[in-house]
Ligand binder design. Structure first.
Ligand SMILES: Nc1ncnc2c1ncn2[C@@H]1O[C@H](COP(=O)(O)OP(=O)(O)O)[C@@H](O)[C@H]1O
Ligand SMILES: [Mg+2]
Length: 312
């Protein structure tokens, strides 16, 4: 039997010390297999960071259990913690240490004495080699975030959790970071990621959990989720002076910001034929036309919208 990388069983967490208790997690269950590249998505306040904090033992769930590679995060905290590397959402550092000092301290925390070869490799992969002796306070936000990534990896954890690691990181660095994380995944590390960049999640994650109000409301392979909730869209722009007959307009959506532009959501890609022939028969002339494939962003918005209607 294969061992789950992370197993979350019926976990609930309420923050009670606030004026009104906040039910941050409600009966969350989730199995993440070893070697997966897993995405945790949801709007702000959905409970993603709380769930990650519970996995890392930084926050105690009120009910339920979490195992990391078979180690209970409460009764076997040290082994569970050692199996994980967490890149936290918040940038917190002692500003006076240098980058290398921070990474050596973190190695020491895990009982690793001679770690400079790996530290140098991490710095090089994360394009930080020339910053090794700079103090943390002198680094830009994007660099600090890369140090957080290095810090999470000093003890070569089999499971790596990244909580919005690319917030505030510019495009080139983001690409570099993903290249590195993908390599770690190929080398067998399990990756758990939260991000607001849905195209990033779509490109990277094999499976996704969507969270809302402390619950997991969908748990699917990425492509299944997209197929289920998003469709191909056909967009046309009519020639100057063009006009869409009411019958055709009824099945389309006018794009608010672009003149004479209309969009159809297609149940099947082949439905494109009937829309185009209807346009032709109505004498509509096209200035431009494009087809967009189903994507995660559309699926996500659709899914979240549906959910709001259900609960209203
Ligand atoms: N330490 C805390 N004390 C009180 N409430 C908290 C604390 N941490 C998180 N929350 C609340 O729990 C809910 C989930 O937050 P969080 O896990 O940070 O969501 P996400 O990461 O999905 O944006 C939010 O309503 C948030 O305000
Ligand atoms: Mg968060």
């Amino acid at each position: 039997m294969s061992l789950s990388a992370v197993s979350v069983r019926q976990v609930s967490k309420t923050f009670a010390r606030t004026r009104q208790p906040v039910h941050a997690l409600h009966d969350v269950s989730l199995e993440i297999e070893a070697g997966e590249f897993f995405g945790l998505l949801g709007p702000n306040g959905a409970g993603k960071t709380t769930l990650i904090s519970c996995m890392a033992g930084l926050c105690r769930q009120d009910a339920g259990s979490i195992h990391v590679l078979g180690h209970d995060t409460r009764s076997d905290y040290r082994a569970a913690r050692r199996s994980l590397g967490v890149v936290p959402q918040e940038l917190v550092f002692d500003p006076f240490f240098s980058v290398r000092e921070i990474l050596r301290l973190q190695s020491g925390y895990f009982g690793i004495k001679q770690n400079d070869a790996w530290i140098d490799e991490l710095l090089s992969e994360l394009d930080l080699s020339d910053k090794a002796d700079h103090s943390m306070r002198s680094l830009s936000g994007g660099m600090k975030r890369r140090v957080l990534v290095a810090q999470a990896l000093v003890h070569r954890p089999p499971v790596i959790i990244l909580d919005e690691p690319t917030a505030g990181v510019d495009v080139a660095l983001r690409q570099g970071l993903w290249h590195f994380i993908r390599r770690l995944n190929r080398d067998g590390h399990t990756i758990i990621l939260t991000t607001h960049y849905l195209e990033e999640a779509e490109a990277l994650c094999g499976r996704l959990a969507l969270m809302r109000s402390g619950e997991i409301c969908a748990l699917e392979k990425t492509e299944t989720l997209i197929r289920q909730f998003a469709k191909h869209r056909l967009t046309v722009r009519l020639s100057e002076g063009g006009f869409l007959p009411p019958l055709l307009a009824a099945s389309a959506q006018a794009l608010p910001d672009v003149e004479r532009s209309w969009q159809w959501t297609l149940d099947e890609l082949s439905d494109i034929e009937s829309v185009l022939s209807a346009l032709r028969e109505s004498g509509c002339r096209l200035e431009d036309m494009s087809i967009s494939p189903p994507d995660l962003e559309t699926a996500f918005l659709k899914f979240m919208d549906n959910g709001v209607e259900e609960t209203a």
